[in-house]
Design a protein around this ligand. Structure first.
Ligand SMILES: O=C(O)CCC(=O)C(=O)O
Ligand SMILES: [Fe+2]
Length: 705
């Protein structure tokens, strides 16, 4: 290194050494005096200089290549379509934290915990797959082959070979770690109680009917040719990221197990889009990667949010002077469009009919769908489009088309490079869901500010919340589990709602010990933060700011979770569907709290500032069942997240949902607690925000019509 920094001196040193060696090949060193006197032969000097120059060029080349591997176009290797462990980005090498985080945590994110230990047991140490050398890859491959061969020799009849330790078999399916047994069990129970049942006919049908994305849809939108900063390259070249595909190993051998190499994972990420349909009119671009040096990390002013949040009233009703409280309340009752709320709340008819056997959220969603469809039918039979508040395109006008909703790009902010990491499916499936991970997407200051604001909002809701249930059964289960022997009938619900009255809500609050997660929301344009983050997401993923909805902060106290669900509505196509979800972790949950995609075998650990982004839609524009995910139980500490959903079109143009939930009148400082399927994630407290709040927000800084 010293040589590199001071080439002149090094050259001199070389000359000196070279001369001493060539002239005096004995052990006796020549004195410096001798050296000064002795003149090097000119041919010797030239050759040494040439050598040094070659050396420096080589080193410079190496450095350049490792920093910007995409600049060097090496041998193309034909890409195989089947993805595997992960594709990962060559992120900022100078950032130790990012590197450490990616190599250690990222590994755990991608593999199930015991998969990591399996690999550790193969390598004898935690392999840094992020920067694994050819040798490491070869080692993994060789070991894998060895184990596989051994297994075959020992006879595959031994079913107990499931036990990795006993059989030394590399289990290709992700498994759960022992230490996470309790999570696993709880999740199992959530699977039974609250999850989409594995054999749920609707889901099943969709699962089986779901094929790999097809390419021929006329309605498919082609990526904009303007999208020049998107990374696109079909070639994979020598410097490697790893793509080992054990699940492609056939029963006879391992010839299908591939180790792919790439100049950078970003390329791979884009390459992975080759797995997506080749869209009509879409030309596969090849070309230079344009790195944007722009710094979107504008100064963030949390005082902005804080000062707003200091007066909850103002924050909740920014246009307060124009609306008197009663008006607002009325509107709230009629038009709250908090999606989860609306999906979880049954209508009056449902409550009265007490056809409560379908207790899953998905079923509730299906019901909501049915209602929606019947509304649609009514609308179309009348031949008119329903005019919702904020009237967007009418229901009948909407045709979902697969949109290139996100394009991962390199981003710079705060002088750092944030690179997307694609987390690959660990389970063979025909899922079209792609999950991308960004570390340090939010700064510490942002995370802390958001948590502060969130806590402040909760405290500002001085009145006890109103409790609502998706079914009478759910309410009964809660009462039973609280150890109370109280009989309740449907009469307990406030007329026309699925919520209980104020005094019983208070009673329940103490029985349930306020055992719920908390969600508060704010809307785009209401703080510098929302504008900044919307811009950052646009830059990082190409997400249109105007298509993003509210920003929802959720905190999970110890022991809380959120059941397996999809963010979109299964079984239909709706313009209000959440096309893309962006989940940002505001803190490190000390233990537990992982976001789990059961169909993909992907777990993501909460880490402060980390963001994950995934699509919920299949290429046909419908809700992709494989996008279902779970917030695992928080086993230690507390978990805070910020979530934002992106829609097909401008959020403001969507209009309110056709079937708004029926909610009782509530005070301004009164949140709603919504309990559905009985589970650890059964109840969630919502700081009530409505669609009107957004529309009435006077200075819509995003200026969306
Ligand atoms: O907390 C998580 O990990 C997931 C949350 C989530 O999926 C949601 O709020 O929709
Ligand atoms: Fe979700």
């Amino acid at each position: 290194m010293a040589r590199k920094r001071t080439p002149t001196k090094d050259a001199n040193n070389h000359n000196r050494e070279g001369k001493a060696n060539s002239l005096e090949p004995t052990t006796k060193p020549s004195s410096s005096k001798d050296n000064v006197k002795q003149q090097p032969k000119p041919w010797l000097k030239t050759s040494h200089l040439t050598l040094v120059t070659i050396f420096i060029t080589f080193i410079t080349g190496l450095v350049c290549y490792s920093v910007y591997p995409e600049l060097t176009s090496l041998t193309s290797i034909k890409r195989k379509p089947m993805p595997s462990l992960r594709k990962i980005v060559d992120s900022n090498q100078n950032n130790d934290i990012l590197q450490r985080d990616i190599s250690q945590e990222g590994l755990r994110n991608v593999f199930q915990p015991d998969k990591v230990s399996e690999i550790v047991s193969i390598f004898g140490q935690a392999p840094n797959l992020y920067r694994a050398s050819d040798e490491d890859v070869a080692k993994l491959r060789a070991k894998f082959l060895e184990l596989k061969t051994r297994k075959e020799e020992e006879g595959e009849s031994d079913n107990s070979s499931q036990d990795v330790k006993n059989s030394n078999t590399v289990d290709l399916e992700p498994k759960r770690h022992k230490s996470l047994q309790s999570i696993s069990e709880s999740l199992k129970s959530s699977q039974i109680k609250g999850d989409i049942p594995e054999h749920d006919s609707g889901v099943d049908k969709l699962n089986h009917g779901l094929n790999r994305p097809k390419s021929n849809s006329e309605s498919v939108e082609t990526p904009s040719s303007k999208d020049s900063e998107s990374l696109s390259d079909n070639s994979l070249s020598k410097n490697q990221d790893i793509d080992i595909r054990p699940h492609t190993v056939d029963s006879k051998g391992t010839k299908n197990m591939e180790v792919l190499k790439s100049t950078s994972a970003e390329k791979k990420i884009i390459n992975s889009q080759e797995n997506a349909p080749q869209r009509k009119g879409e030309s596969k671009k090849k070309g230079p990667i344009i790195l944007s040096a722009e710094n979107p990390h504008m100064s963030l002013d949390f005082n902005d949010i804080q000062s707003e949040s200091a007066t909850q009233k103002e924050l909740k009703h920014p246009n307060k002077e124009k609306l008197d409280t009663k008006q607002i309340k009325k509107k709230e009752i009629k038009s709250s469009t908090s999606r989860k709320n609306s999906e979880e709340v049954l209508t009056n008819q449902k409550m009265k009919g007490l056809k409560l056997s379908e207790t899953t959220k998905e079923n509730a969603e299906k019901k909501t769908d049915e209602q929606r469809n019947s509304v649609k039918q009514k609308q179309s039979s009348k031949g008119s489009s329903k005019s919702h508040v904020g009237s967007g395109p009418s229901e009948t006008e909407f045709t979902a088309s697969f949109q290139r909703t996100f394009v991962p790009k390199k981003t710079f902010y705060g002088g750092r490079r944030i690179a997307p990491v694609e987390l690959l499916n660990q389970k063979p499936s025909n899922s079209s869901v792609k999950v991308y991970l960004f570390d340090d997407f939010l700064s510490q200051q942002e995370c802390e500010g958001l948590m502060r604001v969130h806590n402040h909002h909760i405290k500002a809701n001085t009145k006890p919340p109103i409790l609502c249930f998706d079914s009478l059964n759910t309410l009964r289960k809660h009462i039973r589990d609280a150890g109370k022997r109280v009989k309740v009938t449907s009469q307990i619900f406030t007329e026309g709602t699925s919520c209980v009255n104020e005094s019983f809500s208070l009673q329940l609050q103490s029985w349930l010990n306020s055992n719920w997660s908390y969600s508060t929301a704010f809307y785009p344009g209401e703080s510098k933060f929302s504008t900044n983050v919307a811009g950052r997401l646009q830059q990082a993923m190409g997400l249109k700011p105007e298509n993003g909805g509210k920003f929802q902060i959720t905190s999970y106290p110890l022991g809380k979770a959120y059941k397996t669900h999809t963010d979109c509505t299964l079984g239909g196509v709706d313009k209000r569907d959440r096309v893309v979800s962006v989940l940002m972790y505001l803190n490190d949950a000390e233990d537990g709290g992982e976001t789990r995609f059961p169909d993909l075998g992907i777990w993501v650990k909460p880490r402060r500032g980390r963001a994950i982004v995934w699509n919920n839609m299949s290429p046909s524009g419908g809700c992709e069942p494989h996008s279902r995910h779970t917030a695992s139980i928080v086993k230690k500490g507390k978990k805070y997240i910020l979530i934002r959903w992106y829609y097909y079109q401008s959020f403001l143009g969507l209009g309110q949902r056709p079937t708004p939930p029926y909610l009782p009148e509530r005070d301004e400082h009164q949140a709603k607690v919504s309990c559905d399927d009985y589970d650890n994630g059964s109840c969630r407290w919502y700081d009530e925000w409505t669609y009107e709040h957004l529309l009435e927000y006077p200075n819509n800084k995003l200026n969306i019509s």
